[in-house]
Design a protein around this ligand. Sequence first.
Ligand code: GLC
Ligand code: CA
Length: 553
Amino acid sequence: MKINKSWWKEAVVYQVYPRSFKDSNADGIGDLKGITSKLDYLQNLGIDVIWLSPHFKSPNVDNGYDISDYQSIMEDFGTMEDFNEMLSEIHQRGMKLIIDLVVNHSSDEHFWFQESRKSKDNPYRDFYIWKPNQPNDWISFFSGSAWDLDEITNEYYLHLFVKKQPDLNWENPVLRQEIYKMMKFWLDKGVNGFRMDVISLISKDLNYPNFPEDRFGDLSFYANGPKVHDYLQEMNQEVLSKYDCMTVGEAFGVSAEQANLYVGKERKELNMIYHFDHAVPRDENCFIDPKPEFTLTELKQIFSKWDVATGNDGWNTVYFGNHDNARMLSRFGDINQYFQESAKMLATVLLTLRGTPYLYQGDEIGMSNANFQEVSAYNDVQVLNAYKTLVETQKHNKEAFLAACNKIARDHARTPMQWNSAQNAGFSTAEKTWLKVNQNYQKINVEAQEKDENSVLNYYKKMIQLRKNTPALIYGEYQDLRPDCNNIWLYTRTYEGEKILVMNNFTNQNQEFEIDFLINTKELLLANLENENDVFNQKFVLKPYESRVYLVW
Ligand code: GLC
Ligand code: CA
């Protein structure tokens, strides 16, 4: 099969959540200068592309995912000059930058909405979605109705997220041109592409139907609207195709079967999307009745399905953590007894599956969930709103609510980056940081791990280099050798006669197994434990959370 090669297929991506990465001016909030000061660290780690979560002007109701001016910088983060400097320093180090494109909605403080709400005949009226009556039973991702009555004109506007995030009306061609202009502004500056926030939601069903009876509250009902592909094709034609840029869509509610409609090569829409099949669920129910964590068998099924669906016509993404999920180590590893082993094992999986890997800040040192005891410790509007509608109304009890938050809250991934063992983990010299630092920072921090040859951080560096130097780990066909096994994740990646065998023990027990294709010779490329050479080529014993990557032939 012909392989279509691209720089973004070969890239290792690292997501920076600017509020929590590095504070340069002691106000307790991360900023752009802080990021610039840490670029050597990222280069050294082996990162090719930085994805920056929103850095735009915003009242910060949803931490920057509510933008009031797409062409200026969030004051907390610095100035346009700081941005230009950061971008140029990224490029000087041979890295690239993609930024967050949040255009399903804006902030209600955006000039467009300020105008739009003024009167029914305002030229910007049609930039948003207004209705004389509440047309349906839609609910917001962040609790309550998705419609809000605006008293000025006595009409309702749609907001799939909080009230202060009104949905933009993509039906309006003038709005679309404004968005394309704004995208060109950033691309012309030199940014290398976009991560597109909830891009699967931009097209609405103009009949505005109620939820189907058996799907009430199922937020994926909003996804894949009738014109989403028309819009993405138009965007591609008018903007993306004119630049050598990379795009990754956040594809909430998109199934594997629908994936290639977004990323198939001939579709001319996006390069990649990332799915939610293994993510922490988002609806309010997750605070009442949190789903048990995915089993390994389920995870493998999900990854295999997406691997097959996107293949090499489209392209897949691989991630286990981001700013919307609990920490991957807390979800799938063992933070107590097997901290090192399980963190490294997850690194191995993340970097050896087929698809562009997305690392989330802090995962490379094994950061884990915050241990917040009180709702006041949380900052996330999703938690705070759910608290109001569930606990304050006594629909749900506080202890159970807090227990759920302890597992699934988005703030777990948003605590400040742990750079060293100084005050505030070296993130900031302020007295107070915007969100509490995880108290395990004395033990888990970058400085300590840089000194320790066997640290999680140094394992990530090796694993990233191995991936880059091994074409089969980038382009190779993926085959799961034990799809039904709930203990080990065992697979091969094969490309141009090169076969890589990857084995990961997802349990705290030894696992013994045999490989059923013939191995004549093998070379161990990387492992997370010292291991005695197995005597027989077919038979293996993995210790708890052990990972090994072999070249076999
Ligand atoms: C995306 C973002 C999330 C945000 C939401 C609304 O899912 O990743 O952080 O709250 O969109 O913009
Ligand atoms: Ca700051």
